[in-house]
Ligand binder design. Structure first.
Ligand code: GTP
Length: 293
């Protein structure tokens, strides 16, 4: 099942950077070396078994953009499942950015009217912390208004923190076929092992694709934080030519297990019952694998 994902936005807004971090194991610092994308760069990312994301990273220099809307229009905008439009929050040419965005929406409306649309207000790290909320709300309201009759979902992102993972997890979540079945299996598993929470990560990207929460937790951003931390750790392991397999973090009141699960996923199981020994939970994880393959 192939899904075409268009990644668009003006040159330098950060499209190739985010793609390289999420899908190609770059760290944020490495993206400074990326050159401008010439025309369109295609990549196929195998995700969860039979779901393949067909990413079209569309170089944002004006000459290319004009081409997408004219001679390449059908080719680019046909059969699009998802449009991800990246805005540089610090751009000095807001009006021009909006103009290109609207041209893009027009082409989508003609060629792929059912496509889902996401706008990323990117490079948020460059905005003072106390201004981030205000600026994001403003931009979001403008974009929603300008997108009509289409609907767009907005995220604030930066390659320098975990917000990038939150946005991409939400996007990918919407593309997973049969996600309800996955969620109900996960709930069943969490109940059986009596976990506070169970998370399922996609194996290559460490994006959270499903979770079951049985006890409240005060940090609503914990998923993307864990994605970010484990991804960094996994990259450190690969520098030592070692493969990340599993991890156990515990104190006297709590234990979390991260373990390879199916051929496409890692699982994280959080337990707060100190009576249950690690071995039991690890055996439970092992036994659950076949039900999720
Ligand atoms: P084209 O290929 O020309 O369309 O550009 P692009 O949108 O692919 O931009 P690219 O990913 O090459 O990024 C341009 C520069 O922005 C790089 O130097 C990145 O390091 C930087 N950058 C990307 N994301 C962020 C971010 O979240 N914050 C900051 N401060 N810089 C970023």
């Amino acid at each position: 099942m192939k899904k075409k994902v268009l990644l668009m936005g003006k040159s330098g807004s950060g499209k190739t950077s985010m793609r390289s971090i999420i899908f190609a194991n770059y760290i944020a610092r490495d993206t400074r070396r990326l050159g401008a994308t010439i025309d369109v760069e295609h990549s196929h990312v195998r995700f969860l078994g039979n779901l393949v994301l067909n990413l079209w990273d569309c170089g944002g220099q004006e000459a290319f953009m004009e081409n997408y809307f004219a001679s390449q229009r059908d080719n680019i905008f046909r059969n699009v499942e998802v449009l991800i439009y990246v805005f540089d929050v610090e751009s000095r040419e807001l009006e021009k950015d909006m103009h290109y965005y609207q041209s893009c929406l027009e082409a989508i409306l003609q060629n792929s009217p059912d496509a889902k649309i996401f706008c990323l207000i990117h490079k948020m790290d460059l905005v003072a912390e106390d201004q981030r909320d205000i600026i994001f709300r403003e931009r979001e309201a403008d974009l929603k208004r300008l997108s009509l009759p289409l609907e767009c979902t907005c995220f604030r992102t930066s390659i320098w923190d975990e917000t990038l993972y939150r946005a991409w997890s939400s996007i990918v979540y919407m593309l997973i076929p049969n996600v309800q079945a996955l969620e109900s299996s996960l709930r069943q598993f969490a109940n059986i092992v009596d976990a506070d929470e169970v998370l399922l990560f996609e194996r290559a990207t460490f994006l959270v694709i499903s979770y079951c929460q049985r006890k409240p937790h005060r940090d609503v951003h914990r998923f993307e934080k864990v994605s970010n931390i484990i991804k960094q750790f996994k990259l450190s392991c690969s520098k030592l030519a070692a493969q990340f397999q599993s991890m156990e973090v515990r104190n006297s009141a709590f234990a979390a297990y991260i373990d390879m699960f199916t051929s496409n996923t890692y699982v994280m199981v959080c337990m707060s019952d100190p009576q249950i020994p690690s071995e039991v939970t690890l055996i439970n994880i092992r036994n659950a694998r076949k039900h999720f393959e």
